[in-house]
Design a protein around this ligand. Structure first.
Ligand code: NAP
Length: 461
């Protein structure tokens, strides 16, 4: 049974869901394909009406959606509410602005007239992770449906109720059957979907391992892909940073979203002259967090999404320690029911330690002390990942110069990596390729067709 809701606060199974049979999957793909034939010709006004309605319906039921997320993946209830509201913002934003992004674009050829037209590509298969169980869905549905595509979505095995609630939203908003389809399918069936001729493109948000598997399968089929994968973002603190203001960002950067965010701050790179002060205050702030039921609004430190996520993370810390890392605080399971891990700071992580190149998907911060700005940039760039990153400084212009030197998809000055409905999101290196959201996101699965008018006499051969 691959689709199971288990509450990570107490380890109890809430509900299980069977996978689709191959026949059911085939029928869903057939419906999606038929719906695409109609939807691609549907006006922007009609697409907008459904998108806006879906946003309104979600906004009217924030608590219902949020509770499913907290129960299935342990996100603090207020953060879950925030995610639901942000998801509605994305739907509303693309309802209002989708058409504008896709208007014909004039080119400037030396002769005649030319422009690029945007047209949809077809059924897009989206494979999504559990850590933002609605935002991830909104950021593919809001954009690709407005562009005239239809989507079939494989959500993660641990958040089936979130997946089903989000699918219902579209039916309630008046969408035709097959516009947004949730697929409870296995990895083997996922490969079949990628191979299926009715599917035109594949989008994944997930781990590097999933990226390798899904992108290579899509590559065999010469299908367009976008890959949003892991990260190990640098949080650079320069000597002129306001440490009092920086600490809350450091805690939030590492710990928000149940400590499991692709673009969380994972490597804290601090210039020597402020390193002791930063580390002492960071440690105190992490130790002040209160573990507890994520449904309780007073809790500030929830469980990890699943028991296996906790066990894997504890093993990663053990490996780091065996290779010379020191545990300044934490490193252990919290002695209570559920999959809770102590907030952890690792120091002395040398270049040959496997941890140096790993992504820690949980409450583990790696701390590095560096000589100066140049050393901070060099260390930030010495990573297999390149998703986001932050720099804290009293001089914004300096922060912008440092941001330009860091090899990554997104950089934030005196702030942490944060997604915005209208701005592109994505990375480079093992963090993937392509962008979701913004102009680049809505163009991800769009045929950009050149149309040229040049009235001239054909050359004689
Ligand atoms: P994961 O194992 O890759 O799972 C993500 C999704 O991919 C799930 O729906 C999973 O389904 C599916 N999946 C995995 N392997 C597959 C395969 N071979 N064939 C078909 N589907 C497959 O990721 P995770 O470890 O749970 O999630 C955390 C990772 O995602 C982290 O590395 C994180 O940084 C990354 N992430 C990236 C972003 C971004 O925007 N860049 C955002 C969020 C998370 P099952 O659950 O059924 O296995």
């Amino acid at each position: 049974m691959a689709y199971v809701s288990v509450n990570p606060n107490d380890g109890k199974t809430v509900k299980t869901f069977p996978e689709l049979t191959d026949e059911q999957l085939d029928a869903k793909l057939a419906t999606a394909s038929k719906t695409y034939a109609v939807w691609k010709k549907t006006s922007y006004a009609a697409r907008t009406a459904i998108m806006a309605k879906a946003g309104e319906l979600m906004r009217a039921h924030v608590d219902k959606f949020a509770k499913h997320a907290t129960i299935e993946m342990g996100k603090l209830i207020n953060e879950a509410r925030g995610e639901v509201k942000f998801s509605t913002d994305i739907l509303s934003y693309y309802a209002k602005n989708g058409e504008r992004f896709l208007e014909p674009q004039k080119l400037r050829p030396s002769f005649g007239e030319a422009h690029m037209e945007s047209s949809p590509m077809g059924v897009i298969f989206c494979v999504e992770p559990w850590n933002f169980p609605y935002y991830q869905l909104a950021r593919i549905a809001g954009l690709h449906l407005m562009a005239g595509n239809v989507v079939v979505v494989k959500h993660a095995g641990c958040v089936p109720q979130c997946a089903i609630e989000f699918e219902k939203l579209w039916i309630e908003a008046g969408a035709p059957e097959g516009l947004y389809t949730n697929l409870l399918i296995s990895h083997v069936q996922s490969d079949k979907v990628i191979d299926d001729v009715r599917v035109a493109g594949v989008a994944l948000t997930g781990s590097v391992a999933a990226g390798r598997s899904i992108a290579s399968r899509a590559g065999q089929n010469l299908k367009q892909t976008s890959m949003e994968l892991g990260g190990s973002d640098a949080f650079i603190v320069l000597e002129d940073a306001d440490i009092e203001k920086t600490i809350p960002w450091a805690v939030w950067g590492r710990m928000y979203n149940a400590e499991q965010t692709c673009c969380a701050s994972k490597r804290f790179i601090v210039v020597d002259s402020v390193a002791d002060k930063f580390l002492a205050k960071f440690k105190t702030a992490l130790e002040a967090l209160t573990p507890g039921d994520p449904m309780d609004e007073k809790t500030t430190h929830g469980p990890l999404s699943t028991e296996s996520a906790l066990i894997d993370l504890l093993k990663q810390v053990d490996v780091a320690v065996k290779h010379g890392a020191k545990v300044l605080i934490g490193g252990k399971r919290i002695d209570r029911p559920g999959s809770f891990m102590q907030a952890t700071i690792l120091t002395d992580v040398a270049e040959d330690n496997p941890a140096f190149r790993d992504e820690f998907f949980g409450p583990v911060a790696m701390f590095f002390r560096v000589k100066d700005e140049d050393a901070a940039v060099a260390l930030a760039n010495d990573s297999d990942f390149g998703l986001g990153g932050s720099v804290f400084t009293g001089d914004v212009a300096r922060g912008q110069r440092v941001a330009s030197r860091v090899e990554t998809g997104m950089m934030f000055i005196n702030n942490i990596d944060w997604s915005d409905a209208e701005l592109p999101f994505g990375g480079i290196k093992f963090s993937g390729y392509g962008r979701e959201l913004g102009d680049m996101g809505i163009q991800a699965f769009v045929n950009k067709k050149l149309v040229r008018t040049h009235d001239m006499v054909a050359p004689l051969v």
